[in-house]
Design a protein around this ligand. Sequence first.
Ligand SMILES: O=C(O)c1ccccc1NCC(=O)[C@H](O)[C@H](O)COP(=O)(O)O
Length: 217
Amino acid sequence: MKICGLTTQDAVEAAIDAGATMIGFVFARVSPRYVAPEKAAALAELARGKVQIVGLFADQGAEEIHAIRDSVGLDIVQIHGRENRAERFELVRAFPDCMLAKGIWQESDLPGEGDPVPGSWIFDALPPDGYKRQGGHGTPFDWSALKAYRGETPFILAGGLTPANVADAIRACDMFPAFSGVDVSSGVERSRGVKDPKRIAAFVEAALAARAALRTP
Ligand SMILES: O=C(O)c1ccccc1NCC(=O)[C@H](O)[C@H](O)COP(=O)(O)O
């Protein structure tokens, strides 16, 4: 369970205290959640060893990603921009364990033969028309589009998740052996880019309860 786009100490602590397994820092300058690497490094120290620390990049080259990964001490690199096919292959070659975002609207958007194979996919909603950002816009997609996914590469579900719908999302994806968690940003904010510790706690609580119910015979 990943809480993305954290920029403050209280949000980092809320995610850890609630039981999230990953936190994300956004290094894409176009984002309202952008955090400077120096600030992210300080926030990462509060989290190290407690959760995995993910750095999100959009349309940034391998050299810049390497530098930020090393200076912040990221555990995982997330590629979430509008990179073209060749750039995606190059980035996955440079960061084989990365999380690679794929915008999904219908079954034909699922990854297939000839796509790069990352450490895991983030299946996110395709951005609404005219959006400059590839993610973090709070749009859900129809999860039934995932039913044709046969891949073994783990995937994380993102896109418009909230404390109110995360349990349904987990129930919809639990049938996939490759389903490995959920990711949220807008749904735990009080306004664009400003995280709400109470909503973070509610999201994690709802997700953990849904998972526990599915595992209970
Ligand atoms: O969060 C951003 O502002 C952002 C900017 C540029 C590329 C990706 C971005 N976010 C991607 C994420 O990891 C979000 O967690 C994911 O898209 C889900 O977002 P939301 O629908 O707001 O929960």
